[in-house]
Design a protein around this ligand. Structure first.
Ligand SMILES: Cc1ncc(COP(=O)(O)O)c(C=O)c1O
Length: 427
């Protein structure tokens, strides 16, 4: 699924999402412009919730993309939320996200992070010894706050090294292999201000091979046996993280949310059965696989530079400031001419951004039809970790963001102004 579920080519031959013509939207709202298809967000979120059923809880990972209306749609579909900073939590609370469904993660939480998480009543997922000490001061005497522990199961999934997190050599999680996980559980159980409700893991992101989750589950369950036998502790919740991959190009064929949940759940249920363990509540926290396929970036073609026999550069009005992923992870995207997406290709081009870095290339060597300045280019699968990592590098305002559905475009985030760029400056 490269395109949003409501995508089609309309009678004008233009790309259309949510009943809205993307060429018209680009003209009316300007570019770079990010659009989300509400139907896709709801379809992906509800597929997770339906697959999970009564077996546990689905959280949306806010780091993939968050804005008030987007979070309301996610909450409306029954999901909880995974946040990793006081800032993400602030946005969630301002968006009226149900606070009892929020989990607060992060490998180096500040006092401010932990205080805000405690005040909000979020479940804190402890990731590091220092948090035990900080929470002793934050949680008042006589109270206990619900926590989980982030563990590192020592599994290396088949994904880019930079988004692989579950192996021993990682900044995330208490390692099971080294004994740190068992020690952390013991510490949490003895802590006077904590109620240990569960254990958590997240092995990486953009994962296609689901067996890595089954492997991680086996390792977690072996630990559970040890914890039951040695510490008489059986967790109420078991977190398997997020990480399901999505299609960025037409050659990608990722598993579905249902297949992901069923793999993890059956590994957990069967593994508990084999070990005679109580089956915990399963928690998953997908981000990319909900926001990613719902989003598209629209750019306008500007300068075109031919280097005969070498390369044809087509520059667009965005780039690494709104999508750093090609440079951060070597991510690969497709691009389409929004006014005629099925037009036959005319040759290879390299789509460059407008930032003052020679590495600011969105797509290298992609077959495109003949392009001219003013053409609108659409990049699918741009809904996750693009705007979320956007910057104002080179003094560029961040793009406007729309939610599309039923032929209507709702502005979720307005385009930044030049004065927004100066908002925190002291003159
Ligand atoms: C702890 C944790 N949970 C969930 C996610 C969401 O992952 P994804 O967006 O790949 O589903 C991440 C992303 O890196 C993460 O670090």
């Amino acid at each position: 699924m490269l395109f949003p579920v409501s995508y089609r080519v309309n009678a004008a031959g233009h790309m259309e999402v949510g009943g809205c013509d993307l060429v018209d939207l680009a003209r009316e709202h300007g570019t770079p412009l990010y659009i989300y298809d509400e139907a896709t967000v709801r379809q992906r979120a509800s597929e997770y919730v339906a697959a999970m059923g009564e077996a546990g809880q689905v959280l949306y990972s806010a780091k993939a993309y968050a804005s008030p209306h987007f979070l309301r749609v996610v909450a409306d579909e029954g999901l909880g939320l995974d946040v990793v900073s006081a800032g993400e939590l602030h946005l969630a609370l301002k968006s009226d996200f149900p606070r009892e469904r929020i989990h607060f993660l992060g490998n180096n939480k500040s006092v401010e992070d932990l205080e805000s998480a405690y005040r909000a009543g979020a479940t804190i997922v402890i990731d590091g010894d220092q948090e035990f000490d900080l929470l002793r001061d934050i949680v008042p005497e006589g109270q206990r706050t619900p926590v989980m522990l982030r563990l590192s199961p020592g599994v290396k999934p088949d994904t880019h090294d930079h988004i692989s997190t579950g192996q021993l050599d990682s900044k995330f999680g208490f390692s099971i292999e080294s004994g740190a996980a068992r020690a952390a559980v013991e510490k949490a159980l003895q802590h006077p201000r904590l109620e240990l409700v569960g254990l958590h893991s997240h092995i990486g992101s953009q994962i296609f091979a689901l067996d890595a989750y089954a492997d991680a589950m086996e390792i977690m369950l072996d630990l559970l046996v040890q914890l039951r036998d040695e510490l008489r502790f059986e967790p109420r919740k078991l977190g398997a993280g997020g990480g399901l991959g999505i299609a960025y190009t037409r050659n990608d064929d990722p598993p579905t949310p249902r297949e992901f949940v069923e793999t993890v759940r059956s590994a957990m249920v069967a593994g508990c059965g084999r070990r005679d363990l109580k089956v915990p509540e399963l928690v998953v926290e997908p981000g990319r696989s909900i926001a990613g396929p719902a989003g598209m970036a629209l750019y306008t073609v500007g300068s075109i530079k031919d280097i005969p026999g070498v390369r044809r550069y087509v520059a667009v009005d965005g780039g690494m400031g709104d999508n750093i992923r090609p440079k951060l992870y070597g991510a690969r995207y497709e691009a389409f001419l929004a006014s005629d997406p099925d037009h036959a290709p005319d040759g290879k081009v390299t789509i460059a951004g407008k930032y003052c870095e020679s590495t600011d290339i969105l797509i290298t060597d992609i077959e495109m039809p003949q392009l001219k300045p003013g053409d609108i280019i659409a990049v699918p699968a741009a809904g996750a970790y693009c705007l979320a990592m956007a910057s104002n590098y080179n003094g560029m305002p961040r793009p406007e963001v729309l939610m599309l559905g039923d032929g209507k475009a709702r502005v979720m985030r307005r385009r930044e102004t030049l004065d927004d760029l100066l908002a925190a400056e002291v003159f």
